[in-house]
Design a protein around this ligand. Sequence first.
Ligand SMILES: C[S@@+](CC[C@H](N)C(=O)[O-])C[C@H]1O[C@@H](n2cnc3c(N)ncnc32)[C@H](O)[C@@H]1O
Length: 221
Amino acid sequence: MKFIRFVSEFLKHPKQVGAVAESSPFLARKMVRQIGGATDIVEFGPGTGAVTKEILRHLPENGKLTCFEINPSFCEQLKAIKDPRLKVINDDVKNCGRYVDNLDCIVSSLPLAAFDESEKEEVLALSSKSRTYIQFQYNPFLKSKLKRYFRDVKIKFVPLNIPPAFVYVSKNPRHKAIRSEYRSQRKAQRDIFSRQVTRTTLRVSLVYANLLALISKILKA
Ligand SMILES: C[S@@+](CC[C@H](N)C(=O)[O-])C[C@H]1O[C@@H](n2cnc3c(N)ncnc32)[C@H](O)[C@@H]1O
């Protein structure tokens, strides 16, 4: 049933679904093993939930999993997973900022190879807001692109999947946006400091001028 739904959705939206079969348990396990200790997880493109269920199996009781799936039929299936830690959002991942403010760990099955270049860059830029970005693909050619957004990118090969897959584990984001935010904070701090110095200098000068006036009055008297 799940297989039929997957194939029929693939036939209707081949570029969007990007796979003829859902991920194998081997691939799902390999992806989830990369999560480490993160407990607030965001999943991009969960489809029928092969990776989602594996994440939930390992997530602590107080953990959180928010899934973004564009396909309403897949969302219906995901919503049938009754788990209080799971939230399913039927929207494009590009809008995820409207729903979550923590993108600490992203687990993604998005078919990036089928996306056009600007769409792909948009997703990668968005994903680089995370500390750990786990993405699978059916080709080994994403590394150089990921290196522009993350300092550490590792590839793991999973042969037992149809077709065999590559899991990219990206960490240590270059955080361009965060760096520029930090720079503007530092500039604001420097501005505050220089205003304080100016104010203090003015106050000291005023006290000094009053003191001089007082001394000259005393000397005249
Ligand atoms: C290759 S399938 C992976 C399904 C599942 N995670 C698995 O591993 O079996 C990719 C999924 O990404 C979803 N998807 C594609 N573009 C998306 C987008 N812009 N926003 C959210 N989901 C998207 C598709 O609907 C599809 O379910």
